[in-house]
Design a protein around this ligand. Structure first.
Ligand code: FAD
Length: 315
């Protein structure tokens, strides 16, 4: 695991930047089979079918229309249109328990990296999506990307929350700054998804070892559980899952004041087990054609996934 973290994980993430590898992967049909474990489909109908299945099993959902790092304004507009179409289709799922529907979005898919006024354009686009979400009875969470985007993202979220108080965001425990961010957002009553963090980051900004990240996660979780907000405990790690219940008890939190979150295709049985035991559980479901970056991060999280993928390619 140490070798994996220090050598393979950064290599996989770096290799992912190669256009040649990207194009080859997108052609291979074996890749598709492995991708399907994590991404239920490319179309709106595919994702509606997947949502239905999760809702029927007593789970809530958050939907990500895949895409990131857009440097083209019309591409950002197309992403907004896809979210609006998804949100307008959500009434077809009715009736659903309150709070079941959410969308997750990435500001870099909405234009944050455009050379001029990127953050402003991304905020306007997020606002359009937040309005469509409000009409659909859904909430919005702004995903966390690499560390260079955090300050702008948090500024956008603070601004959006003035008009849409239930817009939430993600804080990544591996970043050294995150305890302070947790304190701020817990105080302001925000919906905060706490995750470990999935990008390759330098030790100047992020804890380099897994043990340190786990300890930081637990410190952050305590701050969020103690605070006034709505903690969203995004982890598949049994230690974090158990700690969440213990801290919720310690701070007298009712089951509807926080939730577990896991990714589509990862520990699905555990998702169902927790929901059956009375916890709120939300599944993050990505869909669309731009699955590449998302897929590579899932491979980089677990050596066994990479092995599985390479065996599938060889076979
Ligand atoms: P780990 O210690 O990595 O994993 C614990 C156990 O979970 C593993 O032993 C394994 O059994 C299982 N597991 C974990 N990952 C995988 C996998 N890929 N394949 C198979 N099994 C696996 N990161 C961001 O940087 N920004 C975000 O906005 C963001 N949003 C997220 C939203 C949700 C709902 C979730 C669950 C995660 C999100 N992440 C995000 C990813 C997160 O940062 C971690 O990279 C990821 O969740 C793995 O960490 P873990 O806490 O599950 O623990």
């Amino acid at each position: 695991s140490t070798l994996f973290d220090s050598v393979l994980r950064p290599t996989i993430i770096a290799a992912a930047r190669s256009e040649r590898i990207k194009q080859a992967s997108q052609r291979w049909s074996t890749t598709e089979k492995v991708v399907r474990r994590f991404v239920p489909g490319e179309s709106l109908d595919d994702v509606l079918t997947a949502i239905r299945r999760e809702l029927d099993d007593g789970l809530a959902v958050t939907i990500d229309f895949l895409g990131e790092d857009t440097v083209d304004e019309s591409h950002a507009d197309a992403t907004v249109a896809a979210y609006v179409a998804l949100l307008q289709a959500m009434p077809r799922l009715a009736p659903v328990p309150p709070g079941s529907l959410e969308v997750s979005l990435k500001l870099t898919a909405l234009g944050q990296r455009l050379p001029e006024h990127g953050a402003k354009i991304a905020e306007e686009n997020a606002r359009t999506i937040a309005e469509a979400a409000r009409s659909a009875g859904a909430s919005v969470t702004v995903d966390a990307e690499d560390h260079s985007t955090v300050d702008e993202r948090l500024a956008v979220v603070r601004s959006l929350r003035r008009d849409f108080p239930d817009v939430g965001t993600v804080l990544q425990a591996y970043l050294r700054r995150t305890e302070d961010d947790c304190a701020e957002f817990a105080e302001s009553g925000a919906r905060i998804r706490l995750c470990k963090g999935a990008y390759a980051e330098p030790p100047s900004v992020a804890y380099p070892d897994r043990g340190q990240v786990d300890e930081a996660y637990l410190r952050c979780l305590r701050i969020l559980m103690k605070g006034n907000g709505y903690p969203m405990v995004a982890s598949h790690d049994p230690t974090m899952i158990e700690a969440a219940s213990i801290l919720a008890k310690e701070f007298d939190r009712a089951p509807d004041t926080w939730e577990h979150q896991m990714l589509y295709g990862i520990r699905s049985d555990e998702q169902r087990r927790l929901a059956a035991a009375g916890a709120r559980v939300r599944v993050y479901i990505p869909y669309g054609t731009e699955w590449y970056g998302y897929f590579v991060r899932r491979l980089a999280e677990k050596p066994a996934n990479l092995g599985f993928f390479l065996r599938a390619l060889a076979g």
